[in-house]
Design a protein around this ligand. Structure first.
Ligand code: ATP
Ligand code: MG
Length: 652
């Protein structure tokens, strides 16, 4: 018989990780924030804490009140007026940083461009004028479907300058997904490029945009950057070249005074769990939140070359390629293409060449690097690096250790940053000069942020597993889902009263550290134990043969659910029944007999979203022999088809 689980336990805890890493003394001594008391001080007066950061920005009119909190609606810096592009560009173009590099870019084929703050100022002004001339006014929505080129950031900043709301759609999305997002936002203008380079070939963005445009009646104009000279068809009266509209535009465009609560952008979530949501972010609170976190989490200094490898089409690109770093006058490095083009060491070569000092990437990338092997980073000079970061998924302790050892050369603090499209800014993270890190833990809420773990009854869990909860409003929090108030309340504000529900499982240890355990929807239920996917996956990745793993539950007569593991091996390792047995044993030894996997499926790849996150929902469909659910947000739909066939054949 299946044991019934104690009602109060939301998620049980199995894995224990004891390694700790203190900030290196030299890092600590020069960190932007060094005083550990900051946590207590911020908690004592949260509003003053955020107001201090807000007052480091330039306001056209100061706010009357810091916060108006009428759950679930927050207003930050009420009645304040400011312009985001002014804060990210004008301010530095008119300072001693005028000739400092704002963006250093390398295209996949190898071209280099450097835009100083002065140059960025010129481009943003001119493109803002061009948008106005095309009839874009304050409040209008503009869709951006671009490769990773400086024009993408310029387009976003130009929208912000005139008060237009941008909706960036990742360039890897299909025509269908682009059309859905354009229609949901009712965008008036689309900004795109003829193409972009990826793995040596041209991704034909304009062709996909054209397919989308047959279904998007709201679009009046399309502006096209001539990135690849691929000569796409241009529709008369609708399509204009970027360089032509720029040539015709005025040199200066006054920054629109925006209310602190005016919309800055709409961004659709990655769609890992279902239909993407059009998350909306506003102006004053958002900029304050990303400015503050970029400054303290990435410890940005004028001399840094900061590289966040996320695409601008994701929230990480919005907050930590564009707005956060530029509000700090940082030098942002940007790369157009794939990490394994022409070879597996492209990223390391870029770090070596540009002397990158801060590198922020995703666990999915780190696991790919692990799979490829250490010889690639080993042949490059990575000594310029001083800080590493990760975001996007829970990082398995072994992946963390690999990153620390082979990329950070054991000298760089690693900041594992937990946040979401909805949160706008990093919420749980180490402060690299203060917090001792533990591999696999995002450590503590950023000062001024309040989080806890709740059990199934909505009671706070001091030590143990449960649901992550954010118990106080924060400045960059989402203000809604575009055009869907009901879903906004339903998804985030109906589990508890006045508390934000992120739908992630987590545990808190004796020292108050947070460990993310995976999505609430993916939690396994084995013999009455609720197990986060992260712990079992980490136990698998802990084995020397394994590069990546995803686990799902499958109904089992006795246990309730049995654990099915999909495992990707490191390059050069052979699959065998014996290895499968070893892996089951390894998990049982590492975290307990109760979690012994029922099945191990070796798989060359795992199904991932276009942002690189594992979609366990689809693996579950495979394990259950069900018809596959929605696969539109998958990077490569064939991966699931192949896996499904493989799975069905091994079972037969
Ligand atoms: P959707 O909400 O449409 O299913 P998504 O949740 O993948 O898509 P994002 O907002 O891009 O969309 O991702 C946020 C999620 O990513 C978090 O809720 C969490 O599950 C995961 N995540 C991000 N950073 C971390 C981290 N450092 N540790 C653990 N999990 C993380
Ligand atoms: Mg989500």
């Amino acid at each position: 018989m299946m044991k019934t689980q104690p009602q109060s336990e939301a998620i049980n805890v199995f894995l224990e990780e004891k390694r700790t890493f203190e900030p290196p003394a030299s890092f600590r001594r020069s960190a932007n924030i060094q005083d550990p008391d900051i946590y207590e001080r911020a908690a004592r007066d949260v509003e003053s804490f955020w107001a201090r950061f807000a007052s480091e920005l330039v306001w056209m009119k100061k706010w009357d009140r810091v916060l108006e909190w009428d759950p679930p609606d927050a207003k930050w810096f009420v009645n304040g007026k400011l312009n985001v592009s002014f804060n990210c560009v004008d301010r530095w173009a008119k300072s001693e940083f005028r000739n400092k590099a704002a963006i250093i870019w390398e295209g996949e084929p190898g071209e280099e461009r450097t835009l100083t703050y002065e140059v960025l100022y010129r481009e943003v002004n001119q493109f803002a004028s061009a948008l106005k001339k095309l009839g874009v006014a304050k409040g209008d929505r503009v869709a951006i479907y671009m490769p990773m080129i400086p024009e993408t950031a310029i387009a976003m900043l130009a929208c912000a300058r005139i008060g237009a709301v941008h909706s960036v759609v990742f360039g890897g999305f299909s025509a269908e997904s682009l059309a859905d997002r354009i229609n949901d936002a009712q965008a008036k203008v689309l900004i795109t490029a003829d193409g972009g380079y990826r793995r040596g070939s041209v991704v034909p963005l304009k062709r996909d945009a054209d397919a989308a445009l047959t279904k998007t009646p709201s679009i009046e104009h399309v502006v096209v950057v001539d990135r690849c000279h691929s000569n796409p068809p241009m529709k008369d009266g609708r399509d204009r070249w970027w360089h032509e509209v720029m040539g015709d535009a005025q040199k200066f465009c006054a920054p629109e005074p925006m209310d602190s609560e005016d919309l800055l952008y709409i961004l659709y979530t990655s769609g890992t769990t279902g239909k993407p949501k059009g998350v909306i972010h506003t102006t004053g609170g958002y900029l304050t939140g990303v400015y503050a976190t970029a400054k303290w989490v990435f410890d940005l200094k004028p001399s840094d070359v900061y590289w966040c490898s996320a695409d601008i089409g994701w929230v990480t690109g919005h907050s930590y390629v564009v707005y956060g770093p530029l509000a700090n006058a940082a030098t942002v490095f940007m790369y157009e293409g794939a990490p394994n083009w022409p070879e597996n060491d492209r990223f390391w070569k870029l770090i070596e060449k540009y002397r990158v000092t801060i590198f922020y990437t995703a666990p999915t990338a780190i696991r790919a690097f692990m799979k490829w092997g250490t010889e690639w980073p080993e042949r490059c000079d990575l000594s310029s690096l001083r800080l590493l970061g990760t975001v996007g998924e829970p990082i398995n302790p072994e992946a963390w250790m690999w990153y620390h050892k082979y990329i950070g050369r054991e000298k760089c603090p690693v900041v594992d940053t937990w946040w979401q499209t909805e949160t706008g800014m990093i919420l749980i993270t180490p402060l690299p000069g203060i917090v001792t890190t533990k591999p696999g833990s995002a450590t503590k809420p950023f000062p001024g942020v309040e989080a806890c773990i709740m059990n199934g009854q909505g009671e706070k869990v001091e030590v143990g597993g449960g649901y992550l909860a954010i118990t106080k409003p924060w400045p960059a929090m989402l203000r809604g889902i575009y055009g869907d108030r009901k879903r906004y309340i339903q998804e985030y504000w109906s589990r508890w009263d006045k508390i934000y529900f992120p739908a992630d499982g987590a545990k808190r240890d004796e020292e108050g550290y947070f460990w993310l355990l995976g999505r609430v929807d993916d939690v396994l239920n084995v013999a009455g134990h609720r197990i986060g996917t992260m712990e079992v996956e980490s136990a698998l990745v802990d084995h020397m043969s394994v590069a990546e793993a995803a686990v799902v539950g499958k109904p089992h007569e006795i246990k309730g659910e049995a654990i099915v593991c999909f495992v990707t091996l490191k390059e050069g390792i052979q699959r065998s029944a014996d290895l499968a047995k070893q892996l089951k044993e390894h998990v049982a030894n590492k975290i307990g007999k109760i979690v012994r996997p029922e099945e191990i499926i070796f798989s060359a790849e795992l199904p991932k979203t276009r942002s690189g996150k594992i979609m366990r929902r689809l693996l579950k469909d495979i394990a259950l022999g069900k018809v596959l659910g929605d696969t539109t947000t998958l990077a490569d739909p064939d991966v699931v088809k192949r896996l499904k066939e493989q799975y069905e054949n091994t079972e037969a």
